[in-house]
Structure formats: C-alpha cells, structure tokens
Design a binder for this molecule. Sequence first.
Ligand SMILES: NC(=O)c1ccc[n+]([C@@H]2O[C@H](COP(=O)([O-])OP(=O)(O)OC[C@H]3O[C@@H](n4cnc5c(N)ncnc54)[C@H](O)[C@@H]3O)[C@@H](O)[C@H]2O)c1
Length: 247
Amino acid sequence: MTATVALIGANGHGASHRRVIAQLQERGLVRLVGLCDIAPVEDPPPDVPVCRDHGELLAQCSPDLVVVCTPPHTHLPIASDALRQGSDVLLEKPPLLDAAEHHAMLRVLAETGRACQVGFQALASPALSELVDAVNAGRLGSLATVTAIGAWKRDDSYYSRGAWVGRTIVDGVRVLDGALANPFAHAVMQVLAIVDRPLTGVEVERTARAKCRSTTRQLCACTSTVACGRWWASRSAPSGSFRARLR
Ligand SMILES: NC(=O)c1ccc[n+]([C@@H]2O[C@H](COP(=O)([O-])OP(=O)(O)OC[C@H]3O[C@@H](n4cnc5c(N)ncnc54)[C@H](O)[C@@H]3O)[C@@H](O)[C@H]2O)c1
C-alpha cells in the first residue's frame, strides 16, 4: 500500500524532507498529498496542494503520515492536531520544549492510539549501533560514564534564518532554543540510547554554558557541569578554572 504523506514546515529543513519524500515516491512507497507553510513555499512540486494553515491541510487531505518540520515551540499543537485527525507523525527534533509538553503529547498518543517518531536520525548511525552492541555485550567492561562533547561552529546565517533560533523567548513565547536543546539534541539522544534507561531526580540543568559580551566588547564565557565523569574530572581543575585570552 502507498502511504500518503503531508509535510508541515515545507521550507528550511523541510526541503530535506521533500527530497527524501520524492525519492520514496519514486520507489512507490509514499505519495506526497500536501505541503503547508506560513511562508510562501519555495518550488512546490506541481499538482501538490499547498496550504498556509495546517488545520486546513489536514482537513483537505487526511494523510496517513504527517511530517512536522516547523520551529520547536509550534510542535505540540501541530503534532496533536495531526494525531487527532488520524495521522501518524514524524516530528522533528527537539520534539517538545519541556516535560509538561511531553506529558501532554503522551496523553494525545494514548487517546488517539497513533504513532509518533522523532527525527533523531543519528540514532540510525552504524557507529552508534556498534557501540551499543559492544556495551550490551560487555565487551568494553562495565559502564561508568557516557560523555558527549560537541563543538560546531554556527555562523550568522544559522542564527538569522528564524526569529526563534538561538533564543529563549520570542514575543513573549518560550522557544528555548540552544546548543544542547537543538543541534546537540542528537548527542543527548545518543548518550541516552547507550545507557538506555531514564534519568531520575534531575529537575534543573546539570550542565550549562553562558556566553555574552560586555559593553566594552570583552567576551565572557562560562561552561559548568556538576555531572562530570571520572575520566573528564581527572583532566580538568577540580573546582573551576579561569582562562583569559589577550588581544
Ligand atoms: N533532524 C535534523 O538534523 C534537523 C536539522 C535541521 C532542523 N531540524 C529541526 O527541524 C525543525 C525546523 O527547523 P528549520 O531549520 O527548518 O527552521 P526554519 O525556521 O528555517 O523553517 C521552519 C519553517 O516552518 C515554517 N513554519 C513556522 N511556523 C509554522 C506553522 N505554524 N505552520 C506551518 N509552517 C510554519 C516557517 O515558515 C519555515 O518555512 C526544527 O524543529 C529543527 O530543530 C532538524
């Protein structure tokens, strides 16, 4: 059977979804039945309806699967509407903003019986599978700590692509976008996949980074963690350190 698919959030990273959907369509596995974006859709394929409102799209084409690729703070209402109209959902990461939203989503999933998968494609990495197999088979000994360290450079074009990018609140709406919450959400998920059990007793962040510039243009940067593994602890100062770089 050919599954019908609609994409909400058709520009930006949605363009990658459109490419994959087109490949799957060529193989006869899916059929694209609608695109939705509040902005004009770039290069929409001919014969595919385009809507500005996701409710209108869902009512119009009742897809088997909806890909939600809008900014994270819009995920809960859009994904809930799609599930409630009877679609399964592929929800981009980070799926939701906080635990309250996760619980709300779990309630919608229980109520509708539909499926929701999150776009953590790094979980499909063959390297991760190898590592998980090695850990589970005990080939690496007993596991004490799993640490992910990420370092990417994001330039101005990354931050200027949307008002929500790199911000905590926009126009009074929480968006909570940040290095750990978004680009390195893949690393967070990989770490969780390796330990494969929920973390308990954590209510606030145990690792945080702050970066700002003074009015006299000096950069102030602070990275801190209270969840440091033994290996890492043995290589860094035990209770904090300061470094200064001169122009
Ligand atoms: N899996 C990955 O590796 C990966 C990579 C990049 C982005 N993402 C995720 O994909 C999502 C989108 O990111 P992006 O970089 O494309 O953002 P973006 O801001 O560049 O694009 C989002 C698109 O959604 C549209 N949109 C916003 N609100 C909408 C609404 N209510 N209804 C319909 N359309 C709406 C915008 O007009 C825009 O075209 C985010 O959750 C992001 O974290 C995942």
